[in-house]
Design a binder for this molecule. Structure first.
Ligand code: 5GP
Length: 116
């Protein structure tokens, strides 16, 4: 992991405005600026890891926190009953653009198949 700050450290620090949905000691959740579904929230650990593989290897407890927060966000957003998707884009072919691991929580409408 490089020391370079990513966009999401600045969001967490409040330097970049964001529509915050939930936060606690270890995680932070805010609406995606370019929503791909009616509900599209990003869940990030406050501590930065490049991607979900690095997070899983270094701190599985923190990955569990990210997943737990994703479920809380789904409840808060009223989509836990209708169904939702949690996605971690991981590096090149997945199109990851911000290298501070984040879960996309998507729902609020019927989601299309994805892959290509
Ligand atoms: P990735 O492509 O890395 O999986 O996801 C990065 C996400 O961050 C994208 O869905 C993009 O729309 C979102 N994003 C990029 N810049 C900002 C920003 O300044 N604020 C917010 N709220 N989301 C952002």
């Amino acid at each position: 992991m490089s020391d370079a700050e990513t966009l999401f450290e600045r969001v967490i620090a409040g330097e970049i405005p964001a529509d915050v949905v939930y936060e606690d000691e270890t995680t932070f959740a805010f609406r995606d600026i370019r929503p791909q579904a009616r509900v599209h929230v990003l869940v990030v650990p406050r501590k930065r890891y490049r991607n979900v593989a690095e997070l899983a290897a270094a701190d599985p407890g923190l990955l569990a926190d990210v997943l737990s927060t994703s479920a809380k966000v789904a409840k808060l957003e009223g989509i836990s009953e209708s169904g939702y998707r949690v996605v971690f884009n991981t590096d090149g072919d997945a199109g990851q653009t911000v290298f501070h691991v984040h879960a996309h929580v998507l729902g609020g409408e019927q989601l299309g198949f994805f892959g290509r």
